[in-house]
Write a protein of this length. Structure first.
Length: 423
């Protein structure tokens, strides 16, 4: 209660934490959404599935490392050391993308950048419990996501001012610099109070893979396990839409580079609104209802886009997906904090990040790349019609996630983390 009264939204730790969202959304926008796929697939003429294979390889690497890094964070009683190391690795790899030419090397380096970004991101989310008391986490999370999408807009306008069609590779060096500059405040301003990590003898005797197996078994019968399973399916759909929005827009025949930038800018603005409103609503009506509502919006939008095949409709669908992305990003980490105890956050947020990366690997490789491969190369549909079919597949996965989440109560462990020390 004292922490809640003393707490301020614009305190240095909250500002530092929020600015990291700004930083990592720049990476996500440049590498995941706007420029990398455009560079490899459209400019260099490589098959869609190459990127899907790269993402799948990253996902396999994360299967092994993310839960182990979570165990390590719990033992250390701190998340920031791992966050800093992997953020710096991601920054370095992102910059390297701007100077290499080999397609194989570009795929490997992008995989390293994405892997390191994911490893850092898994340690970033639990820091929400450090900078905000439980009743205020919805608004802080929403503010972080909203400022993060301002990062997307910043990258869009700054990079768009000097990068023309056919020059996507020029985006990576400035993106790396922006990522670093806005990540540093989190390193400096967020102050962790290490929790007890056990005696040295206990750490020596611990078996990380055995702990990982126990963590998965514990999740299978727990409320947070259902959330993570649902998240696999809905992140699968939404992350793949985000990754291939540029490619799909070009295939409609109605979008060039400038119009794609405008579409992404409008979608980023609506994502900001979605994050703020979603975070506030999560405090009032609970995170589950917010997630279910945004998933309904996503499913309707994707089905409409696929059935009509209309390029003009993307001017509606894109902003709606922006609202969905902003809301989901703000709310589901708040939901998980309600469902897991403080001493397990490293492990459980490792699983949270792992689920997201597994689904974002499965989606591009199987749901998008596999659907395009079969529908275009085997059945003989045009690439655009094959892409429309892939969008329907993605909508079905979002629906499956909604159905899995629906029976879960977001009050299962409503008091979890209520006593966290806030700095």
């Amino acid at each position: 209660m004292d922490d809640d009264r003393r707490w301020r939204l614009l305190s240095p730790p909250v500002i530092g934490w929020i600015l990291y969202d700004f930083a990592n959304t720049i990476f996500s926008f440049v590498v995941v959404t706007r420029y990398y796929n455009d560079w490899i697939i459209e400019e260099r003429g490589q098959p869609d599935i190459y990127v899907g294979l790269m993402v799948a390889c990253v996902s396999v690497a994360l299967i092994v490392t993310l839960p182990l890094l979570g165990v390590l964070a719990d033992r250390l009683g701190r998340h920031k050391p791992i966050l800093i190391v992997f953020t710096l690795l991601s920054v370095a790899a992102t910059g390297l993308l701007g100077v290499i030419d080999s397609i194989l090397l570009a795929l490997i380096v992008a995989g390293i950048a994405t892997f390191a970004f994911s490893a850092a991101d898994a340690q970033y989310h639990p820091l929400l419990s450090v900078v905000a008391p439980e009743p205020r986490r919805g608004r802080v999370s929403g503010a972080g996501v909203a400022v993060g999408y301002c990062g997307s807009l910043t990258a869009l306008f700054l990079l768009g001012a000097f990068i023309d069609d056919g020059q996507a590779q020029r985006a990576f060096l400035p993106a790396a610099a922006l990522f670093l500059v806005f990540a540093v405040p989190c390193f400096l301003l967020v102050r962790e109070r290490p929790h007890p990590a056990g005696e040295p003898g206990e750490r020596e005797r611990a078996r990380p893979f055995k702990q990982l197996a126990e963590t998965v078994r514990r999740a299978r019968g727990a409320p947070h396990g259902r959330l993570l399973l649902a998240r696999f399916f809905y992140v699968d759909a939404i992350a793949t839409v985000l990754a291939y929005l540029t490619v799909y827009a070009r295939r409609t025949g109605d979008f060039d580079g400038d119009s794609i930038d405008v579409l992404l800018a409008i979608s980023a603005v609506t994502a900001i609104l979605g994050a703020i409103v979603g975070g506030m609503l999560a405090e009032r009506i609970g995170p589950k209802r917010v997630i279910l509502g945004t998933l309904v919006m996503a499913i309707v939008s994707l089905v409409a886009a696929a059935v009509t095949g209309s390029g003009e409709l993307l001017w509606v669908v894109g902003p709606v997906i922006g609202i969905v992305l902003g809301s989901l990003s703000a709310v589901d980490r708040v939901f998980l904090l309600r469902l897991v105890p403080p001493e397990r956050r490293g492990e459980d947020f490792g699983l949270y990040a792992l689920v997201g990366k597994l689904s974002s690997g499965f989606g591009p490789l199987v749901l998008w790349g596999g659907t395009i491969l079969v529908a275009h190369d085997v059945v003989g549909l045009s690439k655009f019609d094959a892409s429309r079919l892939a969008v329907v597949v993605l909508a079905s996965f979002a629906l499956l996630g909604l159905l899995i989440l629906r029976p879960l109560s977001d009050r299962a462990l409503h008091g979890a983390g209520a006593g966290d020390p806030v700095v």
